[in-house]
Design a protein around this ligand. Structure first.
Ligand code: UDP
Length: 350
């Protein structure tokens, strides 16, 4: 019998990461893929399964959107019988969403070993729901796959040293295979370097009329069109709060992965509160401004590639127009997928 791994995914960035790891994992293991249904809109979910050829899920938990506790509880309740039925040798979770935490907790309660991909990240801001998910998941995991040396160090400070592996970043490996192209800018009628790209979906921003208003005002004062692919949550809040969208901002639906990477690659600068988008832009050598007070990707800020600008319009405009960010594209590093699959095999292979 081959090693049996149950992977839990539920949100866009997890589909992107699993699309890279799952095919390789399936060469050496039996994988059961569980989709919690945390993201369920076509553009946030199915689109990625189709575009990235992610295998179809074996189990759809269909939890839908709900407050964090309710969503976490719903996943736990629905995942338990799946774990009992499938009896995997290990559970793999990605990142920092409610699906990550619920997958981790369900595994721990069923006494099944847990591997966490993207372990060790810390923003040290416990008001971010993602921070709680990261900390708890790391403390439940037996295998902790860290994207950076800083993540390894964060874990060491919390007393976690066993099972910690510095693998590199799966998101970076995905990007390396994405091949951005200026041809993909055609539908947006923009030229390379002639526009800004922005995304906004963190709860702290989307749920606050003041912060959202500040971001829109800042983007509205930039000296070129701003393409803003909008997460459904943010779109709904802009409407609910009755916020004006300045004329240079073009609201777009959530984009497919390759289109998004191409938009990032040829933007004059990227403004985002996303964890994934900020590092993709940095890796691509595009100036990036982070619409938050803190980031879990501290090395990007320390190296000057990303600049934290928060949500104050004045600060956003000044930072971007004065070119505070110091872009530097990063060259390819060792393949994290091989490191993850090899470690899973060494630990739980038979
Ligand atoms: N992304 C995408 N289309 C979009 C916005 C983002 O394909 O319209 C990709 C982006 O390139 C990155 C990932 O989604 O690979 C980041 O996910 P998200 O911003 O939802 O989550 P976070 O990284 O903040 O957890």
């Amino acid at each position: 019998m081959r090693m049996r791994v149950l992977t839990v995914v539920g949100a866009r960035p997890q589909f992107i990461k699993a699309a890279l790891v799952s095919p390789r994992l399936r060469e050496v293991a039996q994988e059961v893929l569980v989709h919690t249904g945390q993201h369920y809109d076509y553009e946030l979910s199915e689109l990625f399964f189709a575009e990235l050829a992610l295998p179809q899920p074996d189990h759809l938990l269909g939890v839908g959107s709900a407050p964090a506790s309710v969503q976490t509880a719903a996943i736990l309740e629905r995942l338990h019988p799946v774990l009992v039925q499938e009896r995997p040798d290990a559970v793999v979770v990605y990142g920092d969403t409610n699906s990550t935490l619920a997958g981790a907790l369900a595994a721990a309660q069923a006494n099944i070993p847990l591997a966490h991909v993207e372990a060790g990240l810390r923003s040290y801001d416990r008001t971010m729901p993602e921070e709680i998910n990261r900390v708890l998941t790391d403390h439940l995991a037996q295998a902790l796959y860290c994207p950076t040396a800083a993540a390894v160090e964060n874990l060491r400070r919390e007393g976690i040293v066993e099972g910690v592996v510095l693998t590199g970043d799966v998101m970076e490996a995905a990007l390396a295979r994405a091949h951005p192209s200026p041809d993909l800018l055609q539908p947006y009628a923009v030229e390379p370097g002639g526009y800004f790209l922005a995304t906004v979906h963190r709860q702290a921003n989307a749920d606050s009329p003041e912060r959202l208003r500040g971001i829109l005002a800042g983007l509205g004062r930039l000296s070129a069109p701003v393409l803003l692919p909008l997460h459904p949550r943010t779109r709904e809040r802009i409407a609910r709060f009755g916020l004006d969208v300045p004329a240079n901002i073009r609201l777009l639906p959530p984009q497919g992965y390759r289109a998004m990477i191409s938009l990032e690659r040829y933007a004059r600068a990227v403004l985002t509160d996303s964890g994934g988008v900020q590092r993709e832009a940095a890796w691509l050598g595009v100036p990036v401004y982070v619409l938050r007070q803190r980031t879990e990707w501290t090395e990007l800020v320390e190296s000057g590639q990303a600049v934290l600008v928060g949500t104050d319009p004045e600060r956003i405009v000044t930072a971007v127009e004065e070119g505070w960010a110091r872009p530097q594209a990063t060259a390819g590093r060792p393949d994290p997928v091989e490191a993850i699959v090899a470690d899973l095999g060494a630990r739980w292979g038979k």
